[in-house]
Design a protein around this ligand. Structure first.
Ligand code: NAI
Length: 681
């Protein structure tokens, strides 16, 4: 029976004097807790709290989520502390009302139950989760530069113990339903068909509420709090720089003080209005926007045919099959196919774990020496050697063998699409799908549009990219596209610094202190110096970037980086670089030279229209290279530094170190530096 609540996002049913509240946020794929959703929830609780009910069950109508968290779009509208405090306070008040209901409440969890969603569940008397791989629970707030703020830091430790709670809050990692049961985060896990019955049974039985065993609360004893805090701080420091990412340190501090809900709200608010959180939120929303763009059109792909079972083609095939696509993989060398199949098995075992899932993925990945899959393919991805003539010959052959509606894609990193398109009768069907190495780790895929590429080819390529769980970024076909072009001057500058006598360890340390995930010298070694050299040579003509002698010499000696055991660094047997201790520091402006070269190239890409706007540069560099996320990407960082300051620093560096530092003409052009208001969300 439906009861008479007046709500847009919630539905209510009453069964055996138990209310079943279903959240179905209007117009959204997933449930997020906006101010409006919370206000409705509050009104509903006010209506039912004084009624003589047996209990309330809260669940979601969305197929893949319970609640994914607070509505991140609203974070961007917060301009001061007072607003942030009132937002957190309002959420806490609603959840406190839920926790104080005079009868039991049950959260029925399936799919994502994250952040504010888990905090809602924590305010319930019981939690029941659907037992499957899609159910994930966690408090990932630190990834947005904040910590839980709807009383999560207060309610979690008594439920699962202090160390387990701190582990979830400080790392932001999520756990499966099975792990959540083992932790005590949920009371029970059941298959889909038993969920509702299990919830009613909990209401009827009303067992004692779960608490952590006494010994799991030992770290909270007052003489132990300080030493435990110090220990956890030391562990955190190994992974996270507190100047760049303060949130986990603040969460730990709340725990040390045994902070109240009010203190939690205040600390959250300080973080929310700070630089790191603002930048991480903007990057998160950019990623969401890219994925949304990819969902506009169907991709029409069930069968993917990949040609070239090398580093890239092999990994693309393995990845696409793991995401549910049927994949045929072609190579002229049978041993390359055998190598990929072996690698696939290892990857699926690690990633998919369950024997049935591993077998299914292996069945979807078919070695195909003769290219028999071409006739059935909806999408063909070419990933053979980087030679224009060879690729053209292959594409010509492919076009003869595929159906007219098959989309053709190339993974080329340097050959203009216009050149490859000449091999085709219909070049409008050719698009670049530029993956990054290693495919399983790098989220970004550049969607390269040549002059002749049709809109529908680009849209299908984007949609396919989202379907395999990667992030599509539109770029124009031009040398190096976006990511390699912006990265290369930075890598080359590192080599120039090393030629001038700066220790490579010092160069890499400067970059990681700045916030890059890996220093440029180590990155070049990891990518492969032969690849770096060929990209540098390809860019040196059009961009006038000189190729450092040291790079040519090192490659000439056969030292190709990590893969050959020696590059700029020497590597031990386990593949770790042998670092020499850094003694003293060079007088050269190492960080400034590295970063300003990158910013200067990034702004040139916007001026030339390689990408549409500043946001695209930021998303590309953060998701494609790991550019210091706390700064929000190179363009957001440039805006924070100020264009005038950047231009004058570049001019000073140009005088001292040469014309490669001449400021790009784009600095100071206000038309390029206005962010599209709609691009924020
Ligand atoms: P690779 O040399 O590891 O693999 C190329 C494979 O293609 C080899 O197994 C070879 O036997 C096969 N092959 C060559 N000609 C063929 C033909 N006509 N028919 C069938 N198979 C043929 O090369 P890698 O590194 O995988 O690069 C492939 C493409 O991906 C290139 O266009 C490269 O620019 C691009 N790329 C490479 C990245 C990297 O980090 N290695 C990153 C992004 C793009």
């Amino acid at each position: 029976m439906s009861s008479d609540i007046d709500a847009v996002h919630w539905r209510s049913e009453e069964v055996d004097e138990t209310i079943v509240l279903t959240l179905d946020v209007a117009g959204q794929r997933a449930n997020a807790l906006s101010a409006e959703v919370l206000a409705e929830f509050d009104r509903i609780l006010a209506q039912i709290e004084s009624r003589p009910l047996n209990g309330v069950i809260i669940r979601s109508a969305k197929s893949n989520s319970f609640i994914v968290g607070a509505d991140v779009n609203e974070f961007q509208k917060i301009s001061d502390m007072a607003q942030a405090v009132s937002l957190a306070g309002a959420g806490q008040a609603v959840f406190n009302r839920l926790a104080r209901l005079p009868y039991p409440s049950v959260a029925l969890i399936h799919g994502h139950c994250l952040g504010g969603g888990l905090e809602l569940a924590l305010a319930c008397t019981y939690r029941i989760a659907r037992e499957d791989d899609a159910t994930r629970l966690g408090l990932p707030e630190v990834r947005l530069g904040i910590h839980p703020g709807f009383a999560g830091t207060v309610r979690l430790p008594p439920l699962i113990g202090d160390l387990a709670a701190l582990d979830l809050i400080l790392s932001g990692r999520t756990v499966s339903a099975h792990q959540a049961r083992a932790l005590g985060l949920v009371d029970e896990t059941v298959p889909e068909r038993h969920l509702l019955r299990a919830a009613h049974a909990f209401v009827a039985r009303h067992p004692r509420q779960r608490r952590a065993a006494w010994w799991k609360r030992v770290p909270a004893w007052s003489p132990l709090r300080k030493p435990v805090t110090r220990l956890l701080q030391r562990q955190l420091r190994k992974k996270v720089n507190p100047d760049h990412y303060p949130a986990p340190y603040r969460a730990l501090e709340l725990w040390r003080r045994g902070a109240s809900q009010e203190e939690e709200a205040r600390s959250l608010s300080e973080l929310m209005v700070g630089r790191t959180s603002r930048n991480l939120v903007s990057i998160f929303l950019l990623g969401e926007k890219l994925k949304r763009q990819g969902r506009r059109q169907p991709h029409g792909v069930a069968h993917v045919h990949v040609v070239g079972a090398g580093i890239m083609g092999g990994d693309i095939a393995i990845w696409a099959a793991s995401r549910g696509f049927r994949v045929s993989l072609q190579d002229q060398r049978p041993e390359a196919l055998a190598g990929t199949i072996k690698k696939a098995y290892g990857f699926y075992r690690k990633k998919l774990k369950k024997p049935v899932a591993i077998q299914d993925a292996m069945d979807r990945l078919m070695p195909d020496l003769d290219g028999n899959g071409l006739g059935r393919a909806d999408l063909v991805i070419e990933a053979i050697v980087e030679k224009a003539a060879t690729k053209c010959e292959l594409l010509r052959d492919i076009e003869r063998r595929v159906r007219p509606e098959t989309l053709l894609a190339t993974n080329t990193s340097s050959i203009p699409l216009e050149v490859l398109g000449e091999a085709l009768r219909d070049p409008s069907r050719l698009v670049g799908l530029h993956f990054f190495n290693p495919v399983a780790q790098m989220q970004l895929v550049e969607i390269v549009r040549g002059r002749q590429t049709s809109d529908s080819s680009v849209e299908r390529a984007r949609a396919f990219t989202v379907a395999i769980d990667r992030m599509p970024l539109d770029v124009r076909s031009s040398p190096g596209f976006l990511v390699n072009r912006v990265l290369m001057p930075y890598l080359i500058e590192a080599m120039m610094l090393s030629q001038e006598g700066v220790a490579i360890e010092e160069i890499d340390d400067a970059a990681t202190r700045f916030g890059m995930p890996m220093g440029p010298v180590l990155l070049a070694d990891t990518v492969g110096l032969d690849i770096c050299l060929s990209v540098a040579e390809m860019l040196s003509g059009p961009l006038g970037i000189p190729v450092p002698e040291r790079l040519r010499e090192t490659v000439g000696r056969g030292d190709l980086g990590k893969k050959s055991g020696k590059g700029f660094y020497a590597y031990d047997k386990s593949g770790k670089p042998r670092r020499r201790p850094v003694r003293g520091h060079s007088d050269l402006p190492v960080t400034e030279r590295l970063i300003l070269r990158m910013l200067n190239e990034a702004v040139a890409c916007v001026r030339e229209g390689v990408v549409d706007n500043l946001d695209a540069v930021d998303a590309g560099m953060v998701f494609g290279t790991g550019f210091a996320p706390y700064l929000g990407g190179p363009m957001r960082y440039a805006e924070a530094l100020g264009e005038v300051g950047i231009s004058s620093s570049l001019r000073r560096l140009a005088q001292e170190y040469g014309p490669r530092f001449e400021p790009d003409e784009a600095w100071g052009r206000s038309d390029l530096f206005t962010r599209d208001a709609g691009s924020q969300a």
